[in-house]
Design a protein around this ligand. Structure first.
Ligand code: C5P
Length: 260
């Protein structure tokens, strides 16, 4: 459910989304490319393939650390006494993506029973993830099965934020705000400036505004030539777009933009 929420939120913000999912009862979300897998090995291939062209990779899956070393297509007869099953480690997909990170923002999830922040920060560092959303199986109303989640954002540098318990969709929203904040900007001395991904978003956003302005102009001109009311674009209200709109408005100082 958490992965589906992230996919739907990213789609609604205009991203091209690939959702890789195991066998769950949830229906394919519209407007998202869905890849169904049955094993950790298939998951690895699907994720590594999709990650190549991705700006942001979010790994919500609780992948098993081990799988049965041998598989049988035939039924095994019962034997007397205990049985030993040999397990072999699964590939750590997040760590593999971390070794080949490029400019991607990598986000992981982790479930811990104790020393959560410390362990999650260590995990983010080891796996070269930008941040990890941590939750505790012992807390009520977290993660498995439900529609709500209560997580702590833990960055690789050890800084963290406790987020209140809320819907998975809201967690997805905040997760993408954080990831986009990291992926849109680079530090240039004291200044933050847009990186290549940020510039692409900026271009898209400016074009959308130009179109809206042209459409709105005819209606609005007679009433108030300097105001443009923009509605129905909820993603533009997100904090990561705020600075872009601000910057854009400065380039068009004849216009006041109101968002709702
Ligand atoms: O299992 P662990 O707590 O280390 O998982 C942390 C992160 O690593 C999660 O985002 C999970 O999706 C990812 N992971 C993975 N491949 C594994 C195990 C975990 O990508 N075999």
């Amino acid at each position: 459910k958490m992965g589906f929420a992230v996919a739907e939120e990213a789609r609604d913000r205009g991203a091209d989304v690939t959702l890789v999912t195991g066998p769950v009862s949830l229906a394919d979300p519209a407007g998202v490319k869905v890849v169904r897998i049955d094993s950790a090995l298939q998951l690895r291939d699907a994720v590594v393939g999709a990650a190549e062209a991705a700006d942001i990779v979010v790994m919500t899956a609780a992948v098993a650390d081990y799988r049965a070393a041998e598989q049988s297509t035939e039924k095994q007869a019962k034997v007397a006494g205990n049985v030993t099953i040999h397990l072999t480690p699964n590939p750590d997909i997040l760590a593999e993506l971390g070794r080949n990170k490029g400019k991607r923002v990598l986000v992981g999830f982790a479930m811990e029973t104790h020393a959560g922040v410390e362990r999650a920060a260590g995990k983010a560092q080891r796996k070269n993830a930008d941040f990890i959303l941590l939750n505790y199986p012992t807390r009520e109303g977290t993660a498995f099965g439900g529609d709500d989640n209560q997580v702590t954002l833990v960055r690789a540098d050890g800084s963290y934020e406790d987020w209140p318990r809320t819907t998975k969709r809201e967690v997805a929203r905040k997760l993408l705000d954080e990831a986009l904040g990291m992926s849109l900007t680079v530090k240039d001395g004291q200044r933050l400036r847009l990186n290549a991904i940020g510039q692409r978003f900026h271009a898209r956003c400016s074009t959308a505004f130009e179109e809206l302005r042209a459409a709105a102009a005819e209606v609005e001109r007679s009433k108030n030539p300097n105001n443009l009311y923009v509605s129905g674009l909820p993603s533009l209200m997100n904090k990561w777009l705020g600075p872009l709109i601000y910057e854009w408005q400065h380039e068009h100082d004849d216009l006041d933009i109101y968002l709702d």
